[in-house]
Design a protein around this ligand. Structure first.
Ligand SMILES: [Zn+2]
Length: 293
């Protein structure tokens, strides 16, 4: 059993790295109800996943996963239709990265309203990706959606994994959906590319202080589990340690090559995703401490 779980964890590493590959031995996509809830679901396609909530007045969907999967959006919609005959009223983007949202056309054609943080729309308008629907509506710091007895808060708490990531919180269910910033038990990798190191530290502290019990992540956690406050505290500590280690190297004038070779984060060597994630974390903090950006 231990060996099987280890191999599943290894396969799920692609998820931690923001890669769309499906975990080995898993069906390409799956829909699961979140235990202990009446109406909260996770739709996974490949290595990415999103949350949707079914109410008596319609469905609130998030992230139409479709990057590199031309039928991904339709698959997601078809999965929702297996659960309910109610229409999808809203599609909410977690942030602007295409690996999570490039698949909205089927939802748009079905009449859903697309909502995102305003920075997400700014990026998408500039880029005009042919597969990604431009949001119909944006918000700055907060928007509350109420539908069929469900309340969903959309909260922008500052830049973090990108400058458009929001926290979606279901206050009654005490569940949050947060994509890419706080993995459940893994070292983040490619997700560091447009990471805001200083702002993210403040952001993670805010998330830790919020009232929630379980976190749905944008990529499945280790062994498919949901995230916890402990995961958030661990990532905060990891990023603080990484920053301190690279600060010494960067300020000694060693960025890029020498610093990136010496940077080890040894304390985290046993974490899933360590080998793959290390160079991305090193590069991002070399940018900060070796270049000032
Ligand atoms: Zn992302």
């Amino acid at each position: 059993m231990r060996i099987i779980l280890a191999s599943i964890s290894a396969a799920l590493l692609s998820a931690a790295l923001c890669a769309p590959a499906a975990a080995q031995g898993q069906p390409p996509f799956a829909t699961t109800k979140v235990a202990g809830t009446d109406n909260v679901y996770i739709f996974r396609n490949g290595g990415a996943q999103s949350m949707f909530i079914v109410t008596k007045d319609g469905v609130i969907a998030t992230d139409p996963i479709g990057y590199g999967k031309p039928t991904g959006g339709q698959t997601y919609l078809d999965e929702i239709k297996k659960v309910t005959d109610k229409p999808v009223k809203y599609v909410i983007y977690s942030h602007h990265h295409f690996d999570h949202i490039a698949g909205g056309k089927a939802f748009k054609d079905a009449g859903a309203k697309f909502i995102a943080q305003k920075n997400a729309k700014d990026h998408l308008v500039q880029l005009q990706d042919p597969n990604t629907v431009i949001p119909d509506e944006t918000f700055g710091d907060k928007k509350v959606i109420k539908l069929g007895g469900t309340t969903l808060e959309l909260l922008y708490l500052g830049a973090n994994h990108s400058n458009s990531n929001i926290v979606m919180r279901l206050p009654k269910e005490k569940i949050i959906f947060l994509v890419d910033t706080i993995p459940a038990g893994q070292v983040p990798g490619r997700g560091m590319i447009d990471y805001f190191p200083l702002e993210a530290e403040a952001f993670i502290k805010k998330v830790i202080a919020m009232d929630w019990d379980r976190m749905i992540t944008g990529h499945p956690g280790v062994e498919g589990r949901l995230g916890t406050h402990e995961d958030a505290k661990n990532i905060l500590a990891m990023m603080q340690d990484a920053s301190a280690e690279m600060k010494a190297l960067g300020q000694a004038g060693k960025c890029w090559d020498a610093a990136e070779k010496e940077f080890k984060m040894a304390k985290y060597a046993s974490w899933p995703g360590y080998e793959n994630g290390l160079p991305f974390i090193a590069r991002r903090f070399c940018m900060l401490w070796g270049r000032g950006t």
